[in-house]
Write a protein that binds this ligand. Structure first.
Ligand code: IVH
Length: 687
């Protein structure tokens, strides 16, 4: 028999308790584990060691296993995940989950404060919070118990992910009522986030298994929340920071300060650094302070959120379709750092594009170590005149792969000769062809670098989703001559893989079974996986929806292709060229012969943007303009080429053209890229 912590039974003892003894102790034991969970995950001040905690936890588990009728749904032992689901049902939010109007300009803040003051009077004060860069979640409690967790979705409806949020240590399964009673209904909004060290560890372990890493902590959080197997989520160290009471039933909360106090009492973890300000200067000071301190935090913040603290005047201010007028996101500039270029390498992508990459002296940019940065293409290198040995400023805007912003002048320092792009492909030696600012390896079918990236793309998440075929494995498979075409993947045997570095018997078998499981892809995934020029995930989906079968897409002529929303003449010609090239045809036939059985498409297009007309001007970071148009059209919206009174939104990117001025003249609402992304998010469109 082993003594438990503070008079509680230890695991061995728990295994020997009689039913009555167990019933006597189980409630208090559960309370005790809950208290330590709160101390650890929320207060960040554990009172006992991990080993002591484990003893309590295992004792509780033992009792609940032995006497299942003594187990409860809200027991802390239920945080370990539930059996996998087939899909997430859609649920309507208790109150709409709006998004935030965002700006980087102090002037906008002044104007916003002015408008709020007009409605709320001079006594208005402003609540300030860091803007967490994660995934927004709704938690619903009934009579103090967690009943439901949901993703934000389109703001009105989201996906029900209760099993997954349950696994997050800082989500109370039962509200604490020591200092404040719980209302019968409580809906809370918070942000699920990854701490940076955990994010790096997750990516490291994904890459070790040669799975695709996440581009940033936000994607890692969103991806982890949407795992159909909540046991996977349970293994991901997510945190939930709560910042809004969406609905507290009959309870009257008069201000956000009060709501946050209540959330704290009920056992939620709040963001660090919550503060208040009386005016725009105070807001700017807070923004400046956290802009400087953001690196001290363990998680990413991309700005600060300002909210009118008092609830009563919020109603008068109201909301636009997308965001409340009583809140504003005041965002930071993208993170920048300086370092030195140690070398410039040229990588060859899936489509043969040669990309110059600066290999850097490693530098930390907001908690992420950066050792490579893109120089995009020949023209960019020439324009920025970056050479080996130069000092450069790099920038990371949310994603882990950063870019070189500019070269820093160092007068008097002797520089290396200018960098010039190679005349032949570094991977296969073919003569490079130029196309505007781009350099291309034309050796589409024999270049080993293109093949490696084609395989990696075919196996990626949005394509055939073959876990375990990432960059490294794709490289190895090609270098060892095991795979010379996509179809060769399906001919691999476990024995072939066991020879490769990093593979053992089980991992080899796992990969073979992953490959086997990918044999019946949805049409849209297959089309995307083929790597047809210009065909991203959105176009692949549209093609699949429009034509329904692989045969129909393959045989469609240019006119037929152009009937697909978002496919213009140029893209239609490229798609046609691809399907007409005998070698591409052969590659597809080979895949079909190797046993790939492409499923026909179900209706997957949406009408989420129906009735809305967009005009795009200037460069966007996330999409090419064509992709943005396709995205709009495949979701039922219209993408027009010029601004008119019919236009609902003009999306303004970097270096916009005349259309931005036209928008002003026509009085059409303009959106920057973030605003556009928010709008998509709000409408439930997956960007
Ligand atoms: S309040 C109506 N507060 O930023 C106000 N949002 O659109 C609702 N976010 O999707 C949001 N930190 O997920 C609020 N302290 C904070 C936040 C925050 C991050 C997210 C939220 C939203 C996005 C902006």
């Amino acid at each position: 028999m082993s003594p438990g912590t503070d008079g509680f039974p230890g695991p061995d003892e728990a295994g020997e308790l009689s039913r009555e003894e167990a019933e006597d102790v189980v409630g208090e034991l559960r309370e005790e584990v809950r208290r330590h969970d709160h101390l650890y995950y929320v207060e960040n001040e554990p009172e006992i060691s991990d080993a002591e905690y484990d003893r309590l936890f295992v004792a509780l588990e033992t009792i609940e296993d032995r006497f299942p009728e003594l187990a409860t749904d809200d027991s802390p032992t239920r945080r370990v995940g539930a059996p996998p689901r087939d899909e997430f049902p859609t649920v309507e939010h208790v109150a709409p989950m709006l998004s935030l109007e965002a700006t980087r300009e102090r002037d906008d803040v002044d104007r916003w404060v002015g408008r709020v003051r007009e409605a709320a009077g001079e006594d208005a004060s402003f609540l300030l919070e860091p803007k967490l860069d994660g995934a927004s979640v709704e938690l619903v409690y009934e009579d103090g118990r967690l009943e439901r967790g949901a993703t934000r979705g389109d703001g009105r409806e989201g996906e029900e992910i209760t099993d997954n949020v349950r696994t997050i240590g800082s989500v109370p399964l039962v509200l604490r009522e020591e200092d404040r009673e719980a209302p019968s209904l409580l809906a809370v909004r918070g942000e699920a986030i990854f701490f940076l060290p955990d994010f790096q560890e997750l990516n490291r372990s994904l890459m070790e298994r040669d799975e695709e890493p996440f581009a940033n902590p936000r994607n890692a959080a969103a991806g982890s929340l949407r795992q159909l197997d909540s046991r996977v989520t349970a293994g991901r160290p997510l945190h939930l920071l709560a910042y809004e009471v969406l609905n507290a039933g009959d309870l009257d909360l008069e201000s956000d300060s009060e709501a946050l106090e209540a959330l704290d009492d009920w056992g939620f973890r709040l963001p660090e650094g919550i503060d208040t300000a009386a005016d725009a200067d105070g807001i700017a000071e807070y923004h400046g302070r956290w802009g400087e301190r953001r690196d001290e935090l363990d998680y990413e913040i991309d700005g600060v959120v300002v909210k009118l603290d008092q609830h009563a005047p919020r109603e008068a201010l109201g909301s636009t379709a997308r965001h409340p007028r009583w809140a504003l996101a005041f965002k930071f500039e993208p993170r920048r750092e300086e370092t030195r270029v140690e070398d410039i390498a040229v990588s060859v992508g899936r489509t043969g594009k040669l990309t110059p990459v600066a290999l850097l002296r490693p530098v930390e940019v907001g908690g992420v170590t950066v050792a490579r940065a893109s120089l995009h293409n020949r023209e960019e290198v020439e324009r920025k005149d970056v050479r080996v040995g130069d000092r450069v400023r790099i920038q990371r805007a949310g994603d882990v792969i950063p870019e070189v912003v500019e070269r820093l002048k160092e007068p008097g320092r002797k520089r290396e000769p200018p960098f010039s792009m190679p005349g032949t492909c570094p991977a296969c030696g073919a003569d490079v062809e130029r196309d505007g600012p781009l350099d291309l390896c034309p050796n589409r079918f024999e270049c080993p670098a293109q093949l490696k990236r084609r395989i990696q793309h075919y196996a990626a998440r949005g394509a055939l989703d073959i876990e375990g075929v990432g960059e490294e494995t794709a490289d190895l498979l090609v270098e060892r001559g095991l795979v010379e075409s996509l179809a060769d993947l399906y001919r691999l045997e476990a024995g072939d893989l066991e020879e490769l570095e990093g593979f053992a018997e089980t991992s080899a078998e796992r990969l073979i079974s992953e490959i086997r499981d990918s044999r019946e892809p949805a049409l849209r995934r297959f089309l995307y996986g083929l790597g047809i020029p210009e065909v991203g995930e959105a176009v692949a989906r549209d093609l699949a929806d429009h034509f329904g079968s692989l045969e129909a897409v393959r045989e469609a002529d240019e006119d037929a292709l152009q009937e697909v929303p978002g496919v213009g003449p140029k893209m239609a010609a490229k798609i046609r060229d691809f399907f007409e090239d005998p070698r591409d045809r052969e590659a597809i036939d080979e895949l079909l012969e190797a046993g790939v059985d492409v499923r026909e498409a179900e209706e997957t297009g949406t009408d989420l943007l129906e009735g809305l007309t967009f005009v795009f001007t200037g460069a966007l970071e996330r999409w090419t303009r064509d992709e943005a148009r396709e995205l709009v059209e495949s979701n039922g919206g219209r993408a027009a080429s010029s601004v008119s009174s019919e236009t609902d939104y003009v999306v303004v990117g970097e270096d916009p053209g005349q259309k931005a001025d036209d928008a002003e003249e026509e009085g059409v609402e303009t959106l920057d890229e973030d605003g556009f992304t928010d709008l998509l998010e709000e409408k439930g469109v997956e960007p």
